[in-house]
Design a protein around this ligand. Sequence first.
Ligand code: BG6
Length: 489
Amino acid sequence: MSFDLILFGGTGDLVWRKIMPALFQAFRHGSLPAGGRIVGVARDDLSDDQYRALIKSRFDHVELAKRPSEEEFSRFAALLSFLRMDLSNPADYARLAAKLQQRPAEVVVMYVATAPNLFTTVCEQIAAAGLNGPQTRVVLEKPLGHDLASNRAINKTVRSVLTEQQIFRIDHYLGKPSVQNLFAMRFGNALFEPLWRREHIANIQITIAEELGVEKRGAFYDNTGALRDMVQNHALQLLCAIGMEPPINSHADAIRDEKLKVLRSLKAWTPASLSQHVVRGQYAGGAIDGEAVPAYRDEKGVNPDSRTETFVALRTEIANWRWAGVPFYIRTGKRLADRDAHIEVNFRPAPHAIFKAPLTSPNVGNRLVINLQPKDGLELHLLAQGADQRHPRSTPTLAPVQLDLDFDKRFGSERVGAYERLLLDVIDGRLNLFVRSDEQEEAWRWVEPILETWNNEPTGPRPYAAGTWGPSASSAMIARDNYCWSEES
Ligand code: BG6
């Protein structure tokens, strides 16, 4: 199948960090359809060869195993070309159209990896140049908007020139093998389903912790913050995957309908829950792996008086029959103690204790941990007979034991990465792992009261030392329910 992939923002950070390495891996794995062209588009004045050389230099920064040989890169580079464009100039879209018409492709993917304020311009200009035919698919990166109103405005414009089937809104967490495994675990096995409800589950914790700070994206991040950057999209998508009803089949809309229902069922915020169940933090200086790192406010591009949050912890509920009353905790932040994304499902304790000296921490046994990264796997924590079994007269007590399934060991750590999978899905026209406009709007609707509250609060985020698990108010929030975060158990 012939395809054209047009990368708007072709010299930008995302193309550099994620898209080109993913395209190269797809090329290396032989999964990019033959007969494709990849056109980088940007304002820079570059020839095709200069663009190829720029992309080649990218691979000096990737791990050795993912680096192309000279010969491999020259075959990959044959797919690449460059077009200088001013994205607000209609004449430049006519030039793009002329380039594409030289050799019409069966699929044309327009990947809008630009600053979000250009999304609508690009989509409108694509349509004005007649480039929105049925073979066209448009990929939009997050953040799609800054709040509900701007998200709606983008969706409205985009949908006035394209059908929903042509719009691929990326949330790269959905492309991660570990998130695929979460769906497989829940809907490929009948084992968990009878337990997957309020009668058996005490609480669920979703953690996405990063050791990294804001890197070179200080200016962008300072205008965004953790709630918009991670919670509105990645964390809520994980919450949907954990909380949704089994879809009737694996078609895109069957899955997206169920996720939408979860988002619509999230408990509405009240002034009391907004003050008790949401914690925001901002990292101060500290140390990561023994190395001193600066405070957020000292990062390049960040306002020295910034009130932007780099950490969020919150508690919510899914108000439906399956989940009523079960707390779902979400926690995410930068410069935390570890790079660790996982979901912890804490089952209810045994209803009647017959063993002496029961364990005190509720998080010790009876729990399933779904590891997303850096490990990808499942841990089932159980309680076993813990007395010293060499001494038959010792008192029976309980001790924690663990069944550990490591998917990297089982399936190899060289599995298809998130961007590679998602790019191939766009080319093949599979929408399952992309976010529909109504899902996205619902997620914005839910985070908006938090943003409003923060805007009106005289105080800013609570400071936490880099290299810790965030402000102590996060532990205090969960402790009010008599639970604790996984690393505290
Ligand atoms: C991105 C955020 O969407 O996800 C970044 O903009 C964040 O701030 C990144 O670092 C985390 O992704 P991953 O795949 O490294 O967990």
